[in-house]
Design a binder for this molecule. Structure first.
Ligand code: 13P
Length: 255
């Protein structure tokens, strides 16, 4: 059985003061929801404040990125050990990192191996662009991203990893994919690529999330799909009622 997971990616939103307000109120509501793993990923600057408020809540904390090197002259970067001090999770290879900051499957893989060394739970993002989608390249692109980004991971660590399928054309556009189409990509592309890397049993154990314009209105459509194990939520994760409703929808799918 794969336990459902809902993670909120706050992206570059909320100051420390705003984070305190949001986490305080949101965590009161989220902590009562059982049967789903809950994670919030505020900006680096806010992690310390969020961590203090989430202590003992059962709600996980994640970073949105990190560097792969242990330490040194990498101005502006944050190391795996720094993330580990506050977080249990880290988002890696988000499409915004790939498109605006030059991340590639190779650098995502280095980060993933660094997360493994630190025993962080990675949420590794894959997904095709609009152009690739329209050119019917989804399968080829997502398969290559999965195999390349997740290679060389130890068999014991593999089942702890989380993959997020986020079609880039669905991110922040209000134009979500639909349940069956997203499920097909997970079932026919991502899990087979995972099976090739780690064997079928492990591929069935790894949780795969959907991300891209998830709201309380369409969450059920994704969560009712057999191969989709939760969501990586952007915009709606900043709205208390929305994120709580999405989390409840995921919890209700636990068998
Ligand atoms: P939106 O939910 O705002 O479309 O963002 C999705 C996303 O990128 C989550 O990582």
């Amino acid at each position: 059985m794969r336990k459902p997971l809902v993670a909120g990616n706050w992206k570059m939103n909320k100051t420390i003061a705003e984070t305190r307000d949001l986490v305080f109120t949101m965590s009161m509501k989220l902590r009562k929801i059982e049967g789903v793993e809950k994670v919030i990923c505020p900006p680096f600057m806010s992690l310390m404040a969020a961590s203090a408020l989430l202590e003992g809540s059962g709600i996980g904390l994640g970073a949105q990125n990190m560097h792969w090197e242990e330490k040194g002259a990498f101005t502006g970067e944050v190391s795996p050990a720094m993330v580990k001090e506050l977080c249990g999770y880290v988002i890696l290879g988000h499409s915004e990192r790939r498109s605006y900051f030059g991340e590639t499957d190779q650098t995502v893989n280095r980060k993933l191996l660094a997360a493994q060394a630190m025993d962080l739970v990675p949420i590794v993002c894959v997904g095709e662009t609009l152009e690739q989608y329209e050119s019917k390249l989804t399968r080829e692109i997502v398969s290559a991203q999965t195999s390349q980004s997740l290679r060389d991971v130890a068999p014991a660590y593999a089942p702890r990893m989380i993959v997020a399928y986020e079609p880039v054309w669905a991110i922040g556009t209000g134009k979500a994919s639909n349940g069956p189409e997203a499920n097909d990509v997970v079932k026919d592309v991502i899990r087979p690529a995972l099976a090739e890397l780690f064997g079928n049993e492990t591929a069935q154990a790894i949780r795969v999330l959907y991300g891209g314009s998830v709201t309380s209105a369409n969450a059920d459509e994704f969560f009712s799909q057999p191969d989709i194990d939760g969501a990586l939520v952007g915009g709606a994760s900043l709205k208390i009622d929305e994120f709580v409703a999405i989390t409840k929808a995921a919890a209700s799918t636990e068998a």
